[in-house]
Design a protein around this ligand. Structure first.
Ligand code: SAH
Ligand code: SF4
Ligand code: F3S
Length: 466
């Protein structure tokens, strides 16, 4: 018998126990951070609902509030501290409210200790690798008035078995691997998510098949470095092979993945864009810096020349693949010359989208100990110059699309204008347009009429698929 089955039965028993005590209680999850956290929150939500909890419309009406935290930059941690601080008052007026903290910050001893010291009102703490422990933690917290806490450094196989409440019926995240082995010198993620563990191809494909049967049209495969998928498995599983198998699943229309590391991108993967009709023409390929000196200090294992070579291979496919990237400004030792090389790389590549970050010192990482930290004013000045360039380039890209007819998967009502709908083009650009709400979840055709820096404005023409 599969030993996982045994443990699963234990979790099931605990779930029933919590249900007997909490059926009908209201929960709210507030998520900070990246898609990985968003998807973890979907799993937490599924688990809570299987224990009888119901969603709460507001913090005031919640019996359990879960804050899923992010550590990637100092500002992300500050937001969480602010948030927990505000909840102190809610808890005062409602002493029975349970407050749970989870996610990347809880994996870091320093942040955890700070929380324990400053916010004694927290009832439950768990980490990124043991979400399945939540039923037990709720029971412990019921029994004792003290904190119920459990953290595991590395991913636990039981988490692989968790189902998720997808926030959209037509698009879903799917984990393909957990953790990261790369130790880029600025980055906290390897410390918060543990070492790389790939899910079996069989588990992933069966999850995607089930999703497609339930109406999912778009999936995003999640991993910190998807190109190294399968390297830790005994069989010959690889990322391109996984993509080929997923491409064969009927009902799916679009496959995206996040994130691929330039050092591991292979010709075989690049060829997938040509061979696999569902692989969407979009690649997020974080470069971080355009300077070889800085790339080396970041431990990225590629040079700007290597990066240009990859971009050239992608361009040669002639498939109009949209490119996006992440840039860090003000890494220790970054000179004006290094920064100019970053600006130059951005201009040469011509990205569709650039995510920009001010370098933030993360205690415990190698870069935190580097002596030549860049002064804050210099960082801020470079950041502004970077934004000016990025917005200018992005606008040019978007303007060149005016008049094009594009396929759009309609995602919902626009956040800024309730009269409009919002969707994504196949190459992942945001587009707003007027249309009836029953288009949500459908693939339609839209003509681009206008553009801003961050989105396209269009006009609905017709449904593009039956
Ligand atoms: N695994 C992914 C993304 C990890 S975090 C990858 O390798 O691409 C997302 C982005 O946050 C990174 O690409 C990087 O640009 C940024 N980032 C990570 N640590 C940072 C830090 N200490 N300061 C500023 N930005 C950081
Ligand atoms: Fe962080 Fe680098 Fe791992 Fe990405 S690849 S999560 S930037 S250490
Ligand atoms: Fe994601 Fe933040 Fe953790 S970016 S992996 S939630 S540190």
């Amino acid at each position: 018998m599969d030993p996982r089955q045994d443990k699963k039965t234990d979790v099931k028993k605990l779930i029933d126990k919590v249900r007997a005590l909490h059926e009908g209680d209201r929960y709210l999850i507030e998520t900070h951070g990246c898609q990985m956290n968003e998807h973890d929150s979907e799993k937490i939500s599924f688990l809570l609902e299987s224990m009888g909890f119901l969603p709460a419309p507001s913090e005031e009406e919640a019996d359990l509030i879960v804050i899923n935290t992010c550590s990637v930059r100092h500002s992300a941690e500050d937001k969480v501290y602010g948030h927990v601080g505000r909840l102190k008052h809610v808890k005062k007026t409602k002493p029975d409210l349970k407050l749970a903290l989870c996610g990347c910050m809880m994996q870091r001893k320093a942040s955890r200790d700070y929380v324990l010291d400053k916010f004694p009102q927290v009832d439950i703490i768990f980490g990124t690798n043991n979400i399945y422990r939540l039923p037990q933690l709720i029971l412990s917290s019921d029994e004792n008035d003290s904190l119920a806490m459990d953290i595991e450094d590395n991913y636990s196989d039981l988490d692989n078995q968790l189902q998720a409440n997808r926030s959209h019926p037509f698009k879903s995240y799917v984990n393909i691997m957990y953790g990261c082995n790369n130790f880029c010198t600025y980055c906290i993620v390897p410390y918060t998510r543990g070492r790389e563990v790939s899910r079996s191809m069989e588990d992933i494909v069966s999850e995607v098949k089930d999703l497609a049967l339930e109406g999912t049209k778009e999936i995003t495969l999640l991993g910190q470095n998807v190109n190294s998928y399968g390297k830790d498995l005994d069989d010959k599983s690889s990322f391109p092979e996984l993509l080929r198998q997923i491409n064969a699943i009927s009902g799916l229309e679009r496959i995206y993945f996040m994130t691929s590391h330039p050092k591991d991108i292979s010709d075989e993967l690049i060829a997938c864009y040509k061979d696999l009709d569902k692989l969407a023409p979009y690649l997020h390929l974080p470069v971080q810096s355009g300077s070889n000196r800085i790339l080396k200090k970041m431990n990225r294992h590629y040079s700007r020349e290597d990066y240009f070579e990859i971009i050239e291979k992608i361009r040669q496919l002639d498939l109009k693949i949209a490119l996006s990237t992440d840039i860090i400004v003000g890494f220790p030792g970054e000179t004006e010359e290094d920064f100019k090389e970053t600006l130059d790389l951005i201009e040469k590549v011509g990205y569709d989208n650039v995510f920009t970050f001010l370098y933030s010192i993360r205690e415990g990482t190698q870069a935190a100990g580097m002596e030549d930290q860049v002064p804050q004013e210099v960082k801020k000045d470079r950041f502004q110059r970077l934004l000016d360039l990025v917005y200018r380039e992005q606008r040019k890209k978007y303007e060149s699309l005016v008049g094009s007819h594009l396929e759009v998967l309609v995602e919902g009502v626009s956040k800024n204008n309730p009269e409009k709908l919002t969707g994504r083009t196949r190459d992942f650009k945001l587009i707003h347009f007027e249309g009836p709400k029953d288009l949500i979840g459908q693939s339609i055709r839209v003509v681009v009429k206008d553009t801003s820096t961050f989105a396209l404005e269009g006009e609905y023409i017709e449904a593009s698929r039956s």
